[in-house]
Write a protein that binds this ligand. Sequence first.
Ligand code: G3P
Length: 217
Amino acid sequence: MKLFVDTGNVAEIEPLASLGVLDGVTTNPSLMARVSGDPRETLKEICRIVQGPVSAEVVTTEAADMVREGRELAAIDEHIVVKVPFTKDGVRACRTLADEGIRVNVTLIFSATQAWLAAKAGAAYVSPFVGRLDDIGATGMQLIREIVDIFDNFEFGTEVLVASVRHPIHIVEAARMGADVVTVPPAVIEQCFKHPLTDIGLERFLKDWEKAQAARA
Ligand code: G3P
């Protein structure tokens, strides 16, 4: 399962990229709104750092405008994946952009039928939002299971990109279900690195080693 980070902040992306475990980045208008400077320059910089798929979302709502904006975004860098919302216009734009060889990530997916229609429209990725479903009392991960099953049955090339991840359990469940990608906020990636037994264990190893060295001196 590929790991993407869900942020538009270069300062958060750089240290993660240097770990050697980051496969890509997803952004959305809310995330990009938090970043100062020219968004196109930011996207270019993110692509340079990550050298993998970087989702950049359109902010128009009509198909023709989304296609124009999508082409402009795709021209920024070969790593850009154009993100469009799941609407009829978004699906139309997805089909047009995909036919032109531009990779599209269809976002704001909250049902298996939406994912299926996006796949039929040639989406490279679908982004089901698990956390936001959990927020309204549904089970976000159940949607992932359904989409993975459907895509497996019909051999769609579309990748299931689990989004709106809130905690490491979402990551574990996504991996067990066979999702292709999980996009994770930096704070949740940080949580994955922390385990008190790792810290205690390391402290003990180093103390024991120092004690032995002192005894030999
Ligand atoms: O990038 C889309 C998605 O990951 C947003 O997550 O936490 O705003 O529901 P969230």
